[in-house]
Write a protein that binds this ligand. Structure first.
Ligand code: GLY
Ligand code: MN
Ligand code: MN
Length: 442
């Protein structure tokens, strides 16, 4: 694959300007870094930066706070971060430090994080509105309240404390929902790496292997390209494919099992999310094939509705209609189509929604409904389309031949001015394509 991608400093500056324009001149925006989390005693989980801070700066270190102060004469963008510390850096790797952060991250001012307590009240003073994610990090919430109280305590001296406290998500989630051209380069790369990883798993699968061996194939492909799993990879053979968030990945794969693989790469913060369901033997059984064709048909119908101007809810509705119709045809549901649509019977086999926004978070930010109504699809949105069918192994209400089959097909779609682009194109999807691809690799 091509060289590693680099996010231009101008992209971050543009995003910060856009956010500050929306927040207005009387506002201040406070975005802390994600905390480090303990995995076991004194070892931590791999550090993942807060998505908002990544979006606005790309700054990778913990113990940092970005403060945006629109219209401030002495600089609108202030970063607090850890100071250089040769002794610590010898153990944990280099730090940027306040001296380097200005240049490296395009911020106007950078200060040691230890000075936050001293400096932040002064930045809050005279600002009317505070935009911040309340309730995400209780410890930081308390600190912020403390700083505001400090400004209040000095009111006698003519200080004006902020008096509106607003959820940062109202502004920033809506902004992040529409991906800019630089983000799309990263999302295309995450998609491409994920396509390659899924193809590797399809090539490698053999009955008798364990699910985690396929997981290793997938994640080898991610890591090779400098990416990592965007979420815990799901590799479920046979009835494990019916467990929506199956992550044990430790069962052997049977001769006539389908394998459901839901895995996506995160490339420099940006996620892809792909699911394929393929037969370990290389050939679907008649029943597996019938349900796979149905799910594939549902995905095609959903994709056809993924056009600018359509209500987003239609994408799900199209899948529900197609699946319900097909389940009636195959005899897994009984009765009339209108009735079965009205009582939402297909939820027994299809209990989840057809997709979600995707970006820096795999389940990305942004409202799905506005004033109680489905929002309309617009260019720049990226979402998954992931219909599925799951027939539990103990479901005695259907013929035995269907039991234990779990299928999902998931792709990532960018809405364009006049239609859409499937970012995860280039990977066998239909049963025919999948069998043909697998036949070429045994
Ligand atoms: N892999 C998580 C999802 O499909 O939503
Ligand atoms: Mn998904
Ligand atoms: Mn998924």
């Amino acid at each position: 694959m091509a060289a590693q991608l680099k996010m231009p400093a101008a992209a971050y500056a543009r995003r910060r300007r856009q956010l500050m324009r929306m927040a207005g001149d009387e506002a201040i925006v406070v975005v802390p870094a994600a905390p480090e989390r303990v995995r076991s005693r004194d070892t931590h989980y791999p550090y993942r930066q807060d998505s908002d801070l990544l979006y606005l700066t790309g700054f990778p270190e913990p113990e940092a706070v970005l403060v945006l102060i629109p219209g401030r004469m002495h600089g609108e963008t202030v970063l607090f971060c850890r100071e250089r510390d040769p002794a610590r850096e010898a153990w944990d790797g280099p730090r940027v430090g306040p001296e380097g952060a200005g240049e490296a991250y395009g911020v106007d001012d950078a200060y040691p994080i230890d000075d936050l307590d001293e400096i932040l009240p002064g930045l809050l003073e005279g600002r009317r509105r505070v935009y911040y994610h309340f309730g995400r990090d209780v410890e930081f919430d308390l600190k912020l309240i403390g700083w505001v109280n400090r400004v209040r305590a000095m009111m006698k001296m003519g200080n004006r404390p902020p008096h509106e406290f607003l959820e940062l998500g109202h502004l920033l989630d809506e902004q992040r929902l529409f991906k800019d051209r630089d983000e799309l380069r990263f999302m295309r790369r995450a998609a491409k790496i994920s396509v390659e990883a899924h193809a590797a798993a399809m090539r490698a699968v053999r009955p008798g292997m364990h699910e985690h061996e396929l997981q290793a194939e997938l994640e080898y492909a991610f890591r090779r390209h400098g990416a990592e799993p965007a979420y815990a990879s799901i590799v479920g053979a046979g009835a494990n494919g019916c467990v929506l968030h199956y992550v044990a990945n430790n069962a052997p794969i049977g001769d006539s099992d389908l394998v459901l693989v839901d895995a996506g790469a995160e490339y420099r913060g940006y996620a892809a999310d792909i699911t394929r369901t393929f037969p370990a033997s290389g050939r679907y059984t008649k029943e597996q094939r019938a349900l796979h064709d149905l799910v594939h048909g549902a995905q095609r119908q959903s994709l056809a509705r993924s056009m600018p101007g359509n209500p987003y809810a239609e994408v799900h509705q199209a899948a529900v209609e197609t699946l319900t119709e097909g389940l009636l045809r195959l005899g897994l549901l009984k009765g009339k189509l209108e009735q079965r649509l009205a009582d939402e019977s297909c939820r027994r086999f299809y209990p989840h929604k057809t997709g979600h926004w995707i970006g820096l978070d795999v389940h990305d930010v942004g409202d799905y409904r506005i004033d109680g109504e489905s929002r309309l699809i617009e260019p720049g949105m990226v979402f998954t389309i992931e219909p599925g069918l799951y027939v539990r192994p103990d479901d005695t209400s259907v013929a035995a031949k269907w039991r234990g089959i779990g299928i999902r097909i998931e792709d990532d779609v960018l809405v364009t001015r006049d239609g859409h682009e499937v970012l995860t194109e280039g990977l066998a999807r239909s049963a025919e394509e999948t069998e043909a691809f697998m036949a070429g690799h045994r």
